[in-house]
Design a binder for this molecule. Structure first.
Ligand code: SF4
Ligand code: SF4
Length: 364
């Protein structure tokens, strides 16, 4: 049995609601949990992190897990609670900027409530953006510009990392890797819009801070929105590894209702480790249930685990080129063995180079 690993980060799903409907995002987010997390749930967690020695290693909170945090009317108070109780922890937020309006941006900067923002800008015009996100570009654009202005005025160093998904690329990657049309593409006759990263980049680069920010095209896609269709296809589980195992070993994922669920790929919160409103976080962290899940994932018992793990093929990054997807899959499987071998080899090679007395000290 693997040990229950020390927590270093907590992912808080401040909201599972979202005003967008991206082609690459599962529609069923959050399961039966309430849509928004209350300040009480956040406070309960951060107070424990503050006082509990077993949680001292927690140094990061991601607050945009599984939805758009800024649709939660208490989002700012939730962030204030984290800052108040764990002031030295980093706070990052994934957001689509639809709800992060200029007033919220001003407060975020003024009160230092965030250390990093991540967002997607999936189009250079309304048509391309809407094809990917089912939401309007103009609102997001205004809000991003307002955030950048507030940041500049305050001289704040809060990086903005932008990723750009292209409709054509996602559509093609799903078609080539799975053989079906993406679940959220309702009409296959939708235009296979052109590649547009160059255009998006040209629009945004002049407004970004070259030292702080980044803008990148997405080349590998998650296919977690495709689970239902993928579940109908046979799967050779032996070929797969859990791509989030390293995070599951060190991070907690908390739903708006306070339930600790398996991972960021468990959109409907199906695999529950425990309820943070009833059981202390440190107790859940070392619980047999968590250790058992980690153990089963390491042993690749995806079918027995059930839930989203049954379609583990939808958890990996897929490429436009299926051969690349397969190579990465094989590499993930053999990587731990290669690293283990290299480590052993390095220790032996290193011990041969050491003077005799140091070899003796190492027991060599
Ligand atoms: S990916 Fe993010 S922005 Fe898009 S629908 Fe999902 S939660 Fe909303
Ligand atoms: S295999 Fe299961 S635990 Fe691993 S990433 Fe997928 S859903 Fe999460």
């Amino acid at each position: 049995m693997e040990p229950a690993f020390t927590l270093t980060g907590v992912n808080l799903s401040l909201s599972t609601a979202c005003s967008a409907k991206c082609i690459f995002c599962p529609i069923q987010r959050g399961g039966g949990s309430p849509r928004h997390m209350s300040v009480d749930i956040v406070r309960n967690i951060v107070e424990q992190v503050q006082r509990e020695p077993a949680l001292r290693a927690v140094k990061h909170f991601e607050c945009g897990e599984n939805g758009d945090a800024f649709l939660n009317p208490q989002a700012l108070d939730c962030l204030r609670a984290i800052r108040q109780h764990v002031p030295d922890a980093g706070i990052s937020i994934f957001t689509n900027f639809q709800g992060l309006d200029p007033e919220i941006a001003e407060i975020l900067i003024k009160e230092k409530l965030v250390d990093r923002l991540w967002c997607n800008i999936d189009g250079h015009d309304e048509t391309h953006y809407r094809a990917v996100k089912n939401a309007g570009l103009e609102r997001a654009r205004k809000n991003i510009v307002a955030f950048l202005k507030h940041r500049e005025t305050a001289g704040a160093r809060v990086p903005l990392n932008i990723a750009c998904v292209n409709y054509h690329d996602y559509y093609t990657a799903i078609k080539k890797n799975f053989g079906f049309v993406p679940t959220n593409v309702k009409s296959p006759s939708e235009p296979l819009l052109r590649k547009n990263f160059g255009l998006i980049r040209a629009q945004w680069l002049p407004q970004l801070n070259q030292q702080l920010d980044s803008i990148q095209p997405v080349k590998f896609f998650f296919s977690w929105a495709e689970r239902e269709k993928a579940a109908l296809q046979p799967l050779n589980y032996k070929r797969y590894t859990c791509p989030a195992l390293h995070r599951i070993r060190t991070e907690a994922f908390i739903s708006p209702g306070g339930l600790w669920y398996a991972c960021c790929m468990d959109a409907a919160c199906e695999l529950i480790i425990g309820d943070t409103t009833r059981t202390p976080l440190a107790e859940l962290a070392k619980s047999p249930r968590r250790a058992g899940l980690i153990n089963m994932l390491a042993a690749r018992k995806f079918q027995e685990i059930g839930g989203p793990c049954k379609t583990v093929n939808c958890c990996e990054f897929i490429s436009l080129h299926p051969i690349e997807t397969r190579v990465r899959r094989v590499w993930r499987r053999v990587k731990p063995h290669v690293h283990g071998f290299m480590k052993r080899f390095q220790v032996r090679a290193g011990s041969r180079r050491l003077p005799t007395d140091q070899n003796a000290a190492l027991g060599g």
